[in-house]
Write a protein that binds this ligand. Structure first.
Ligand code: ADP
Ligand code: ADP
Ligand code: ZN
Length: 223
């Protein structure tokens, strides 16, 4: 056995409604534990801005607040986690979003003698989601996310990280957010029970200040 096999492995899934704060927390986790942050939404948006075939296909669903079909999503995710930088773990943000996606991931990991270590549910009630989403501002260039009130950029509508202009995502307008919340309850929420049965579900209150949400997560994952 080489020394490498003793390295700490951390494979984390972020669960929660759209706008619950999964991305915000996943970025902080990635930084603290030195593992990659993998967001299927970011991968789709990068493909849309590059005008790839995958992007064009995904956009049809995203614009309507619907999920991108499992076949397409699963392939992208499995390719991504097979990359070298994922060997010590990763934090998945926005995947899985359906039971079949979770099953494919479990099967792929089982074949490698591996498993998901934590499924962290960031819990925020529907009432708070619409307000949060209408204030979210995103950088299409680097993927950074802000909030006009809770996490404002230094200069209005300019990304602190890369200087690009910030936008309100097309799918963050209230009509689409309501649709995405329904899709979440129908297709994604069942994952809470799925991971609870596997004994790896951890819930945190997502309504408190983002630093306190992170504190609760660190208490679970360890310093
Ligand atoms: P998700 O990835 O779950 O869709 P985000 O991390 O993008 O959610 O957060 C949604 C919006 O809410 C963003 O504008 C973000 O800055 C803001 N936000 C995230 N966490 C909190 C929090 N604990 N309190 C207030 N606003 C938050
Ligand atoms: P949010 O952070 O607000 O939850 P995401 O950036 O994760 O939003 O996702 C935006 C959109 O991308 C989703 O509404 C969906 O159309 C698509 N998408 C992202 N991840 C997945 C996935 N795992 N399965 C299917 N569709 C996905
Ligand atoms: Zn940026």
């Amino acid at each position: 056995m080489t020394d490498e096999s003793w390295e700490i492995q951390m494979k984390i899934i972020m669960l929660g409604a759209p706008g619950a704060g999964k991305g915000t927390q996943a970025k902080m986790i990635a930084e603290k534990y030195s593992i990659p942050h993998i967001s299927t939404g970011d991968i789709f948006r990068a493909n849309i801005s590059q005008g790839t075939e995958l992007g064009m296909e995904a956009k049809k669903f995203m614009d309507q607040g619907l999920l991108v079909p499992d076949e397409l999503t699963v392939k992208i995710l499995l390719d991504r986690v097979a990359k070298e930088d994922c060997k010590n773990g990763y934090v998945l943000d926005g995947f899985p979003r359906t039971i079949p996606q979770a099953e494919v991931l479990d099967k792929a990991l089982t074949e490698l003698g591996d498993k998901v270590d934590y499924a962290i549910n960031v819990d925020v009630p529907d009432e708070s989601i619409i307000t949060r989403m209408s204030g979210r501002r995103a950088c299409v260039k680097c993927g950074a996310t802000y909030h006009v009130k809770y996490n404002a950029p230094k200069a209005e509508d300019v990304c602190d990280a890369c200087g690009e202009g910030l936008v309100l995502r097309d799918d963050d307008h209230p009509e689409t957010v309501t649709k995405r919340l329904n899709v979440y309850h129908d297709q994604t929420q069942p994952l809470i029970e799925y991971y609870s049965k596997k004994d790896i579900l951890k819930a945190v209150d997502g309504t408190v200040d983002m630093k306190d949400v992170f504190g609760a997560i660190v208490a679970i994952l360890g310093e």
